[in-house]
Design a binder for this molecule. Structure first.
Ligand code: HEC
Length: 126
């Protein structure tokens, strides 16, 4: 009998703690909006900056050139990074292959919030 009570106590403890966890979930979903600063940090830590400089073409087009063409075409950088949009800035096959290799590897691991933050940062470069 004592064992049964103990078991019940353990089960209810588990249930209570699981219930708490569920309640916490929405909180972490709300804090998904990242800032321009976060985007800037990601742009460096995720190595985008090694190929993309604000003003000058390095390996990839400059951020300003990307912004100009995306602005003119009313296109979304996030969509390009998700592989939903073909390149519009530099369509040279060799160049496209370099960026495509990124899209197919580490860019896939970035969350929507991170991609949005990167876009926010890029668009902030005037
Ligand atoms: C190894 C070098 C390299 C790295 C790292 C790199 N890029 Fe690129 N990127 C390129 C090259 C080359 C192009 C030109 C080809 C093209 O436009 O698809 C390009 C093009 C782009 C374009 C324009 C695409 C278009 O419409 O033509 C965007 C936006 C972009 N990169 C964003 C990023 C972001 C964000 C990161 C980091 C997550 C990143 N790149 C990392 C080399 C790189």
């Amino acid at each position: 009998m004592k064992k049964t009570i103990l078991m019940l106590a353990i089960i209810s403890l588990i249930t209570i703690s699981c219930g708490d966890k569920k309640k916490e979930e929405p909180k972490s979903e709300i804090i998904t909006e990242l800032t321009v600063e976060d985007g800037k940090e990601l742009f460096t830590s995720k190595t985008c900056a090694t190929c993309h400089q604000p003003d000058v073409k390095l390996i990839g087009p400059s951020i300003k050139d990307i912004n100009k063409i995306y602005g003119e075409n009313n296109a979304s950088i996030v969509s390009f990074l998700k592989g939903e949009l073909s390149p519009i800035v530099d369509t040279d096959p060799g160049q496209v292959a370099i960026m495509k290799a990124n899209l197919d590897s580490f860019v896939k691991d970035l969350t929507d919030a991170e991609l949005k933050a990167i876009e926010k940062y890029m668009l902030s470069v005037q």
